[in-house]
Design a protein around this ligand. Structure first.
Ligand SMILES: *[C@@H]1O[C@H](CO)[C@@H](O)[C@H](O)[C@H]1NC(C)=O
Ligand SMILES: *[C@@H]1O[C@H](CO)[C@@H](O)[C@H](O)[C@H]1NC(C)=O
Ligand SMILES: *[C@@H]1O[C@H](CO)[C@@H](O)[C@H](O)[C@H]1NC(C)=O
Ligand SMILES: *[C@@H]1O[C@H](CO)[C@@H](O)[C@H](O)[C@H]1NC(C)=O
Ligand SMILES: *[C@@H]1O[C@H](CO)[C@@H](O)[C@H](O)[C@H]1NC(C)=O
Ligand SMILES: *[C@@H]1O[C@H](CO)[C@@H](O)[C@H](O)[C@H]1NC(C)=O
Ligand SMILES: *[C@@H]1O[C@H](CO)[C@@H](O)[C@H](O)[C@H]1NC(C)=O
Ligand SMILES: *[C@@H]1O[C@H](CO)[C@@H](O)[C@H](O)[C@H]1NC(C)=O
Ligand SMILES: *[C@@H]1O[C@H](CO)[C@@H](O)[C@H](O)[C@H]1NC(C)=O
Length: 503
């Protein structure tokens, strides 16, 4: 009897230990080579699959979301935005912050759909706090994290992807923007290893997710560091991403305005806005740089800026597909943001309209960006515009672990290049295993509408070797080679039994 309990105890301890290893990937380094050898042949075990799925459930439980909606004058569009958020069923709670002291909003105005159970809260502010209200509302949320979008943007076609992206890397800001702004934001990055500076700019209005803790901290920062510039507190958004001191995860998307949303006055059209924005952009980096450089040593009362980067992944460009089913992404950036020197005395205007993109770099990026791989048009391709270097990859995040998924790639690069890149699979986007076979993969050539030779590759994972039929992420990585050719992906899609005929 005693012995039996002993065995149960040891098994339990082993299980907990494996569980811990899974959760804290850093610890896995020492057993990495064991994983590599084993997985090359047999893939993931049933146990690993179950464990990864359990982890996925844990993250959904842990990172529930509150949606923040700001009201000023456009009551109708706010009501519509709330209704869309309710119907998405992706949120635990909706916090409506009314910035207009002349109007009192009631919760009942917004509870249109009683068939969906969700907490709706209305906070009527005594004054117009402008941007700061978003962070105040999030600070009041009952969930660990907040989703925010302006009421004039249609975030519905990337909401699921954005949420999956957030749960995979919860300690950074997740946001969405268009290709031109994406490129600009890369230019508006700041790195200096000597002072632990590693930050970049992002707007939050097209849809963003961040921890409630960051909103709470931002309010403290604003009231500490803008004590002498109180008028700029209203432009809180310009400071938010910079003061997080971590490069945000941004989606590069074809953003869309909601119809009829351009009625009523918006904050950004008020006089002096551009001047205040310029001043805020300069001040944001000046304050951060100063406090990191002087080590905050004589600053014992103030809340300090974080020195460590908490992101789990390298820097990527991402676009979700129009059906919000998966994210196409790559580690190939058009600008090597980490290695652009930064000197505050010369570069303080880096994050302003005095530093906007121009020239061939931006036009190439705009025409061949990651969006081109998910736009359902094989005639437009994501391209990198130069030879492929070792370690560069493109990948898909299918948002959750799928089994027996079929998907297709249309590539514009040669078959030779395709044969020389690895196909790796992963549950978490960090630990990869190579699929060592061609089973379940078919390739055929076709001509594009412009008569360019392309290849369509179909991956039917129900025909893959055992241990490789379930995954969330798929990466195509030039791990072994540097190639005298550029990567080109023209279309990616999930194949379901219904779209198989039109293929
Ligand atoms: C209420 O929510 C359900 C489920 O999301 C949706 O099908 C229905 O259209 C919604 N009704 C209204 C009035 O929005
Ligand atoms: C900041 O101060 C700590 C201890 O006071 C010191 O160890 C560290 O090197 C300093 N860092 C910088 C960037 O000056
Ligand atoms: C902190 O003290 C140093 C010298 O000890 C000084 O040069 C620096 O300006 C001070 N920093 C702040 C933020 O006041
Ligand atoms: C930063 O720029 C200023 C002004 O051009 C220069 O004096 C200073 O040496 C530079 N600092 C560094 C670390 O390069
Ligand atoms: C593609 O076009 C070339 C030249 O126009 C032609 O020879 C070839 O047969 C075409 N291939 C397919 C698959 O249609
Ligand atoms: C994938 O393979 C399975 C098993 O051979 C087959 O039933 C299914 O139709 C295939 N799916 C596609 C999209 O080709
Ligand atoms: C996946 O496909 C394999 C091979 O066709 C089949 O044996 C298995 O039952 C399928 N699994 C699921 C979860 O559909
Ligand atoms: C694939 O995984 C193998 C084994 O972990 C690794 O050596 C290689 O760099 C990875 N490449 C890709 C495609 O991710
Ligand atoms: C790609 O390959 C490089 C070099 O082998 C490796 O370091 C990296 O982890 C791989 N990345 C992915 C996503 O597999």
């Amino acid at each position: 009897m005693k012995k039996k309990y002993g065995i149960i105890f040891i098994s339990l301890a082993l299980f907990l230990l494996l569980h811990q290893i899974y959760r804290f990937r850093q610890n896995i380094e020492q057993i990495q080579s064991y994983y590599d050898d084993k997985h090359v042949n047999i893939g993931f075990t049933e146990f690993e699959l179950l464990q990864a799925k359990q982890y996925e459930i844990d993250l959904i439980q842990k990172y529930k979301l509150s949606a923040i909606v700001l009201h000023w004058k456009r009551s109708a569009s706010v009501a519509r935005a709330v209704n869309n958020l309710v119907n998405s069923k992706l949120f635990k709670e909706i916090v409506i912050w009314n910035n207009n002291p002349e109007i009192t909003l009631e919760k009942t105005q917004f509870q249109q759909n009683t068939s969906v159970l969700i907490d709706i809260r209305v906070i009527n502010s005594k004054e117009n706090l402008k941007d700061e209200a978003k962070y105040r509302a999030c600070a009041e949320a009952n969930s660990i994290a907040c989703f925010y979008a302006d009421d004039d943007w249609d975030a519905s076609f990337y909401l699921k992807s954005l949420i999956a992206d957030f749960r995979a890397d919860p300690y950074i800001l997740h946001s969405v923007t268009d290709p031109g702004t994406f490129y600009t934001n890369l230019m508006w990055s700041y790195f200096d290893k000597n002072i632990n500076l590693h930050t970049g700019f992002s707007w939050i209005g097209c849809g963003s997710i961040f921890l409630r803790e960051y909103a709470q901290r931002h309010i403290e920062y604003l009231h500490t560091y803008l004590k002498n510039n109180r008028n700029l507190i209203h432009l809180s958004d310009v400071f938010f991403s910079i003061w997080l001191n971590d490069i945000p995860s941004q989606f590069n998307m074809d953003i869309r305005n909601l119809p009829g949303s351009h009625t009523g006055a918006s904050f950004s059209s008020s006089s002096n806005f551009l001047q205040y924005q310029h001043q805020s952009s300069v001040l944001a980096i000046r304050i951060l740089e100063h406090n990191l450089r002087w080590n905050q040593s004589n600053n014992t009362v103030n809340i300090k800026f974080s020195r460590t980067s908490k992101r789990r992944f390298p820097y990527y460009i991402k676009s979700s597909n129009p059906n919000d089913e998966f994210i196409f992404y790559t580690n190939i950036l058009p600008i090597d943001i980490e290695h652009i020197p930064f000197n505050i005395s010369k570069d303080f205007e880096r994050g302003t309209r005095n530093n906007l993109p121009s020239g061939p770099g931006i036009s190439f990026f705009a025409s061949h960006t990651t969006l081109s791989a998910v736009d359902n048009k094989p005639s437009t391709c994501w391209r990198i515009g130069r030879n492929t270097r070792q370690g560069e990859f493109f990948a898909m995040d299918f948002l959750y672990i799928r089994t027996n998924l079929s998907f297709a790639l249309i590539i514009g690069h040669t078959r030779e290049l395709q044969n020389n890149i690895d196909m790796n699979l992963s549950f978490d986007g960090l630990l990869w295993i190579t699929y060592p076979s061609k089973k379940g993969i078919t390739i055929r050539s076709q001509n594009s509408t412009s008569n360019k030779l392309q290849y369509m590759i179909i991956f039917n994972s129900s025909q893959f070797n055992h241990g490789f039929r379930s995954f969330r992420y798929v990466a195509f990585n030039a791990s072994k080679i540097t190639y005298l050719e550029e990567l080109q992906v023209c279309d990616v899609k999930i194949i379901t039994t219904t779209n198989i005929k039109t293929l």
